[in-house]
Design a protein around this ligand. Structure first.
Ligand SMILES: Cc1cc2nc3c(=O)[nH]c(=O)nc-3n(C[C@H](O)[C@H](O)[C@H](O)COP(=O)(O)O)c2cc1C
Length: 180
């Protein structure tokens, strides 16, 4: 590692996943970046893209035979900030109840908000964002000390107009770097 702070980005299954490649451009001079992906995220962007951009192995599975220690525990120890972006309705629900069943949710569960900043940048359809379940999960997570970068309003990939667009990569980078 480079001596710079280490940001781990947990990428989830949203059409906005490609924006993490742009976000990396704004982070790379200030931080070492490692990407972990949910299985759904790999439907939107290939892990090879993040490997090429970050120069670090991309975590797409908990079951890596070449590691003697669980990689998610090593990473949770090493990281200075965990950013979940784009954060799906699903990952917010899993984080709120403590489910750890793939690399990103397991990293969240292996990190404590009292020790290191854990930041969610949600992206989803307006109804998903305004769903009472999501609102309750966001409230719960905020009360536990997790940080949020609120989504923007505007054109959504699903054809809707409304709240739920991933915040602009430059905005996410600025807020994340301020937390380091
Ligand atoms: C084309 C497409 C786009 C999607 N975009 C989003 C999204 O922006 N936000 C979201 O919460 N779910 C979105 N979903 C649904 C999630 O991919 C789905 O809930 C999935 O189970 C999330 O898994 P993950 O949280 O493990 O990544 C989308 C699904 C499809 C097929």
């Amino acid at each position: 590692m480079s001596g710079k702070p280490h940001i781990v980005i947990g990428v989830c299954g949203s059409i906005a996943a490609f924006k993490i490649a742009v976000l990396h451009k704004y982070l790379r001079d200030h931080a070492e970046v490692t990407v972990a992906m949910t299985p759904s995220a790999t439907q939107f962007v290939g892990p090879q893209t993040f490997l090429a951009l970050t120069g670090n192995p991309v975590i797409t599975t908990l079951w890596e035979p070449s590691h003697s220690k669980p990689k998610h525990i090593d990473l949770a120890d090493e990281l200075d900030l965990l950013l979940i972006a784009p954060a799906t309705a699903n990952i917010l629900a899993k984080a709120a109840v403590g489910i750890a069943d793939e690399p990103v949710s397991t990293l969240i569960m292996s990190s404590l908000p009292a020790e290191k900043p854990i930041v969610f940048a949600p992206a989803m359809n307006t109804r998903m964002w305004q769903n009472p379940a999501t609102l309750e999960n966001v409230k719960t997570l905020k009360a536990r000390g997790y940080h949020f970068i609120e989504p923007d309003s505007g054109d959504l990939a699903c054809g809707w107009q409304g709240e739920g667009r991933l915040a602009e990569p430059q905005v996410i980078a600025k807020q994340v770097l301020a937390l380091l």
